[in-house]
Design a protein around this ligand. Structure first.
Ligand code: ADP
Ligand code: MG
Length: 383
């Protein structure tokens, strides 16, 4: 069984650099877990600790319920795939794939069986007699994965395995890796700095910042209910908009008010007013995803359009388009607000979106987020 468990793991490198700070994480047998976060947040350190390539300063690591802190990497029953693939250049694909099994003195026909099964699974049967230099990046990637598969380990560890591929290949390889996991059900711990890769691959995503786990959950839970501003900013593209302001209460209820005099005022849903009560009159950050803004000027001027569900929302912002980025079905508008703050709206494409045009935007109050002030501010609305 390939469960993995970190209990209060810390890694302090010589010189006092903190790689990971008191990390606890339970990974079920067969689960696909992705560690994601900006460069330097401790993803590789976590993976290398699990592989036995680094020694923990504190805490316990278990693989299949066995404490492995003092177990040699080769005896941990895991297989790691690195960003640079680390293939032996002088060996054929077949030799590369079978290397670990030959070291272990696995019987020849068993090696043959495993290599040919893995090669078939990865579509590299024709490449078995080539050398790595005779392969494309994508083919090398497959060989590196094949080398991990033939070992039939308790867990696969991947450290940014797609980073060296071009954008198109990255997207197709990522789907292949997911399909592979759906066939093999091998516990997988996967590291990437790319939130889209994390979202698309993971059963659960672990968002890290400065050596600390900020949130663990299924992709859509992180997208819909980020625990803090950091997770909110990291998950989703384009990133969530953040507008600084404060909460005020008046006769009509609680509202978010932008700091500046000419700023905006957005009512908080009555259902949420209890949760924000302690933050009244304090600085807070409004969060709104670019996908959750609507062009209310377009709605007003287009009474024949399908406005179903949009009618209730009055304009929340009026601003000036700084840049319009057509993407096809949608256009990203970078909008400057009168206060000097700015935001991005992803809207259904219209030919009329031009730089320097004014635009009124409505937002869906149910889709807005509120955070305590600061880059790591805790979510106020998350139940
Ligand atoms: P990530 O993989 O998320 O980019 P790492 O796990 O490689 O991050 O690094 C986490 C932190 O630990 C960084 O601040 C990094 O500089 C530091 N670090 C990593 N390896 C070493 C090392 N061998 N010696 C000292 N500091 C290190
Ligand atoms: Mg790394």
């Amino acid at each position: 069984m390939g469960s993995v468990r970190f209990d209060n793991i810390s890694k302090v490198y010589p010189g006092g650099h903190v790689g990971v700070d008191n990390l606890s994480l339970d990974i079920a047998d067969g689960e696909f877990v992705v560690l994601v976060g900006p460069s330097g947040c401790g993803k590789s350190t976590t993976l290398r600790l699990l592989a036995g390539l680094e020694e923990a300063t504190a805490g316990t690591i278990r693989i299949a319920d066995r404490v492995v802190n003092d177990v040699h990497p080769k005896d941990r029953d895991i297989a790691m795939v690195f960003q640079n693939y680390a293939l032996y250049p002088h060996m054929s694909v077949r030799k590369n794939m079978s290397f670990a099994l030959r070291l272990r003195k696995t019987p020849k026909d068993e090696i043959e069986r495993r290599v040919s099964t893995a090669a078939k699974l990865l579509g590299i049967e024709e490449l078995l007699d080539r050398k790595p230099r005779q392969l494309s990046g994508g083919q090398r990637q497959r060989v590196a994965v094949g080398r991990a598969i033939v070992r039939e380990p308790a867990a696969f560890l991947f450290d940014e395995p797609l980073s060296n591929l071009d954008a198109k290949l990255r997207v197709s390889m990522r789907a292949e890796l997911k399909a592979l996991h759906q066939r093999l059900h091998t516990t997988t711990v996967y590291v990437t700095h790319d939130q889209e890769e994390a979202m698309t691959l993971a059963d659960r995503v672990v968002v890290m910042h400065a050596g600390v786990v900020r949130q663990v959950g299924p992709p859509l839970e992180l997208y819909r209910k980020p625990v803090d501003r950091f997770v909110a900013s990291f998950i989703g593209t384009p990133p969530m908009n953040f507008i600084e302001g404060r909460l005020e209460r008046d006769a009509a209820g609680v509202a978010f008010v932008e700091s500046a005099d000419h700023g905006i005022r957005i009512p908080i849903l009555p259902a949420h007013s209890d949760r924000v009560a302690a933050s009244i009159a304090r600085p807070v950050t409004l969060g709104i995803r670019p996908q959750h803004l609507r062009d209310s000027s377009a709605l007003a001027g287009n009474s024949t359009g399908n406005n179903a569900g949009n009618n209730a929302a009055p304009p929340a912002f009026t601003g000036v388009i700084r840049v319009a980025e057509p993407l096809g079905d949608t256009t990203d508008l970078h909008i400057d607000l009168p206060s000097g703050q700015s935001l991005v709206a992803r809207l259904p494409a219209r030919d009329s979106y031009r730089a320097r045009g004014t635009i009124a935007l409505a937002l869906d109050a149910a889709a807005m987020h509120l955070f305590e002030a600061g880059p790591l501010g805790t979510s106020l609305l998350r139940s």
